[in-house]
Design a binder for this molecule. Sequence first.
Ligand code: 5MM
Length: 339
Amino acid sequence: MTMTLEQVAQAMVAPGKGILAADESSGTIKKRFDSIKVDSTADSRRDYREMLFRSTDAMKNCISGVILYDETIRQKAKDGTPLTKLISDAGSLPGIKVDGGTKPLQFCKGEVVTEGLDGLPKRVSEYVELGAKFAKWRAVIDIGAGIPSYTCIHANAHALARYAAICVEGGLVPIVEPEVLMDGAHDIQRCAEVTEWVLKEVYQELYYARVPLEQTILKPNMVIAGKQSPKQASREQVAEETVKILKRCVPPAVPGIAFLSGGQSDQDATAHLHYMNAMGPLPWKLSFSYGRALQAAPLKAWSGKSENVAAGQRAFAHRAKMNGLAATGKWKQDLEKAA
Ligand code: 5MM
């Protein structure tokens, strides 16, 4: 039975489930593999991702969808099964990163714009053929001296809206990801101001691009102090500030918000999500679309060795379970000890 885009969007934020962001581009996955001293080759990338997608219980119970990279959506497991089939057999949805990465933005020193709109309708139809149900495009906004500029926020919001319109027309649910980076020494209030500005602009551009919000998912940063800030906010404060800004900016027509982890520790990413859901009822589902906060532990446990696959899967299952609980406000710090 074919699902409508509304049904796909709802399934992506089904209660107790969230998204695994496994769409690291070649450069990013190489960096991750460098940290465990493993060569990044087509086979090692396949083995690593196969380990995650074959974590049957975690995938079935906690992972609603997986964001893939162009190489991965075409790859087969060691036994010849397409990786997308492993995902759908576990009852999860395959998705695809369609942006072309960031490039320096003209006349805006230190700022970037995400590219990839050229030829996108054709790529979307190819990805639909390959089994993708949703897509992702990430815009990056940095906070620093004199930045972000309106030029940068507007250019990125406009591109996100054009991408979203192309995806909906082509049959994919767009994950709209405007990421305000955690890099820097700014405090939580500065992050709140910038995040509010970015989200207001994104929803204005989505409106002008005529995107039906019911068929989209938002993937934002949390409102949090910069990593180098001496004034770190408490977990409860991060949750309160994030929900406050989201309520100001995100229409209730949006079915769900799936956060990025952005470099937070695994447990902070989980705890923040938990405290937000514990504040409910909220106008949208609040869930996760974590990359690092789901993968750091299994990556380390695996370390490129086939004899460590079970340990890697256990580590992944634990983080997936903790985040699944956080997505319904049922996580407890004590449960982390079970790991
Ligand atoms: C998994 O990483 C994604 C791909 O990043 P690159 O295009 O830079 O290789 C990234 O977009 C990710 O989906 C988001 O940043 C969320 O991941 P985190 O680790 O912040 O949860």
